[in-house]
Design a protein around this ligand. Structure first.
Ligand code: 5RP
Length: 224
């Protein structure tokens, strides 16, 4: 199986955890895309009453096209389960997300969820975080100064680009990716970054996830 087939495998497995009547947080990314496809199939075939709360405009469009009811996060009083992808997960289940630039809304949805599940192909499982660049979402106003401060700290920042221009999140902010290589203490760095004025959110998702489903050649592995 190639990487996409592994992503599809975990996407399909994850929807087995969705039950009729649930309010489900729908993440963002190529793995989640397979999961939302599979959920759409179940909703149609089984006439399930599922409400989705999405983490990006992309996922909203996909889910609505498949006939899944979508509500804004402020229209629901709880989220039963959020299923999302991840870019790196370490041995302690700490994660980096935001490869798709959706980590701000993803973290808001995750924080308001009773249970969080990540679905990843096996390449995302690492012993130490940091090979994947850590995304930091910053408001455009004064962002060059935030960038310079991150450079002074030695964090090797790089503005994320799309079509030759600065990438804009759904919230119309910029993303600065930090090329750290390895991260010794994610909790300390998380605290440091979130205290910087102009930083809206970063891609660390620490002590958040309940279940990880890993796509492997031998089949999906459920870790809890
Ligand atoms: C988007 C994310 C994604 O979940 C993460 O980047 C994984 O994406 P993919 O499933 O395409 O590998 O955090 O902001």
């Amino acid at each position: 199986m190639d990487q996409n087939e592994l992503k599809q495998q975990v996407g399909r497995k994850a929807v087995e955890y969705i039950q009729d009547g649930m309010i489900v947080g729908l993440g963002t990314g190529s793995t989640v895309r397979y999961m939302v496809d599979a959920l759409g199939q179940r909703v149609q075939a089984e006439h399930l009453n599922i409400t989705g709360v999405t983490t990006s405009l992309r996922t909203t469009k996909q889910a609505q096209d498949l006939g899944i009811t979508i509500k804004d996060i402020d229209e629901v009083d709880h989220i039963d389960l959020t299923i999302d992808g991840a870019d790196e997960i370490d041995d302690d289940f700490q994660g980096i997300k935001g490869g798709g630039g959706a980590h701000l809304w993803e973290k808001i949805v995750a924080t308001n969820s009773n249970k969080i599940m990540w679905i990843v192909d096996e390449s995302k499982m690492v012993h130490q975080l940091g090979k994947f660049p850590l995304p930091v979402e910053v408001i455009p106003f004064g962002s060059k100064h935030v960038f310079d401060e991150l450079a002074r700290k030695g964090y090797k920042p790089e503005f994320r680009l799309a079509d030759g221009k600065k990438f804009l999140t759904d919230q119309k902010n910029y993303v600065i990716d930090l090329h750290l290589g390895h991260i010794g203490d994610p909790f300390a760095l998380s605290d440091e970054l979130i205290k910087m004025v102009g930083v809206v959110e970063h891609g660390f998702f620490l002590d958040m996830v309940n279940t990880v489903i890993v796509g492997r050649q031998s089949g999906p592995e459920v870790l809890q």
